[in-house]
Write a protein that binds this ligand. Structure first.
Ligand SMILES: [Zn+2]
Length: 290
């Protein structure tokens, strides 16, 4: 499926947005049967568990009982590339490496991953670096950040400017604004505080803005494709439900994409402005067959 989509949508799977979204269980997770009542002895969904969701924009934070769908969504096409269902309490950062590995196994040429600051920890940066994937993650206010250790280098001439990264070297180059310093530039090894795509750059900002595509996709899967509400219990069945929902959606998109390329030659014939040699391109019979 992913290979088919990549064939039709060449940018599919290159730039990913990763996030998790809660799936409340089809079960009651309260420990007591009633207020001040007896403790529950049997849970109807033993795999579900309490997780915590952080407050984001208009949504209230708090606990939820059930599962979480962890997904890597392509920001160019808004389509899922890899996904994984885990019980509610499992930490979201544990899903990053498996999601990237799955995306690559499916043939995606993963280049960047945008994640919110809930994923801002050293292990995530290391796992992304091992997989040759550039991290786009905002910083949490840790002690190092409060001390300003994340800021670009500076000198008496002002703040140094970013002068490109070397991925092989795993370092970013910074330059004195006037070039009067000696040396006038320096290499800084990539780390959580100093990623290869610095957070000050326009590239980082515009790429990070596209992280919203994973949230949009969660909304569509839940509200239009029937991911929610869950009507099955147990991790295996919830996984199967999520797999089927997402695969049906991808199959629909792929069918549409193939239908669009199959009808294009006909439209071209009807367009007088197009040069006629277009109609006899060698790829046309092959495209028709699909
Ligand atoms: Zn200087």
């Amino acid at each position: 499926m992913v290979a088919g989509l990549k064939d039709k949508l060449p940018r599919y799977g290159r730039d990913l947005a990763i996030d998790a979204s809660d799936l409340p269980a089809y079960a009651n997770g309260q420990r007591y049967l009633s207020k001040n009542g007896p403790e529950r002895e049997r849970y109807s969904d033993p795999d579900a568990s309490w997780g915590h969701r952080s407050a984001v924009s208009t949504r209230k934070g708090g606990g939820f009982y059930g599962y979480r769908l962890h997904a890597a969504v392509c920001t160019a096409t808004d389509l899922p590339v890899a996904w994984r269902v885990a019980t509610g309490r499992e930490h979201e950062t544990l899903s990053v490496a498996p999601l990237i590995d799955t995306a690559k196994r499916r043939g995606a040429m993963v280049a960047t991953a945008a994640l919110d600051k809930g994923y801002d920890n050293n292990r995530v940066y290391a796992e992304l670096a091992e997989r040759d994937c550039l991290p786009l993650i905002p910083l949490r206010q840790t002690t190092a950040v409060k001390n300003g250790e994340h800021l670009p280098p500076s000198c008496q001439h002002g703040t140094w400017t970013f002068a490109g990264s070397d991925r092989k070297r795993g370092a970013a180059k910074w330059r004195c604004p006037t070039g009067e310093c000696a040396p006038a530039s320096t290499w800084r090894k990539a780390s959580r505080l100093h990623p290869l795509v610095p957070r000050e750059t326009e590239r980082w900002k515009s790429a990070y803005r596209k992280r919203a595509s994973v949230e949009r996709e969660f909304g569509r899967l839940k509200n239009q494709w029937g991911l929610k509400p869950l009507r099955v219990r147990g991790l295996d069945r919830v996984r199967l439900h999520a797999d089927l929902t997402i695969l049906i959606k991808l199959a629909c998109v792929l069918t549409r994409a193939r239908a669009a390329t199959a009808t294009r030659p006909r439209q071209r014939n009807g367009n007088a402005r197009r040069p006629s040699r277009r109609a006899s391109t060698p790829t046309r019979p092959e495209v028709r067959q699909r």
